[in-house]
Design a protein around this ligand. Structure first.
Ligand SMILES: [Zn+2]
Ligand SMILES: [Zn+2]
Length: 135
């Protein structure tokens, strides 16, 4: 059931959503909050978190957990995998990765799968140029 339209909340949600849509960096809530504050100076971090939750429930954004163990947000909900760099923690979109046929999982483990997230790890192109860290 939908509540009555509340214009202020609608505007906040739109700004939060546009902020995520305008970047490929898979930002955290803190980063989004800083950006949103430029447009809506009175917004609180709690409001940003609440809107992120709604956008996620509506299927407009995806959550990816980075090496920092924090949630990162992605407004690109088309099918794609992610690469997370072990060194700089950057989250990079990986396209063209085929889905695993998860229907067979039901036979294997009895679970009903509704989604799958593919995450690769290693060193990104930028970090490969750097000297490997000494142990
Ligand atoms: Zn890197
Ligand atoms: Zn992505």
């Amino acid at each position: 059931m939908k509540n009555r339209p509340r214009t202020r909340e609608t505007k906040q949600r739109r700004v939060v959503y546009e902020t995520i849509r305008n970047t490929y960096s898979h930002p955290t809530a803190d980063w989004i909050f800083e950006q949103v504050r430029d447009t809506l100076p009175k917004v609180s971090l709690g409001t940003v978190y609440r809107n992120l939750g709604v956008l996620k429930d509506e299927g407009l954004v995806r959550e990816i957990y980075g090496n920092d163990r924090r949630a990162h947000y992605d407004a690109d909900i088309s099918h794609h995998a992610h690469f997370i760099c072990d060194l700089c923690d950057r989250i990079i979109d990986v396209r063209g990765v085929k889905n695993i046929d998860w229907r067979t999982l039901k036979d294997l483990v009895g679970c009903e799968v509704s989604d799958q997230n593919v995450v690769f790890s290693g060193r990104c192109a930028g970090c490969q140029q750097q000297e490997p860290k000494k142990a």
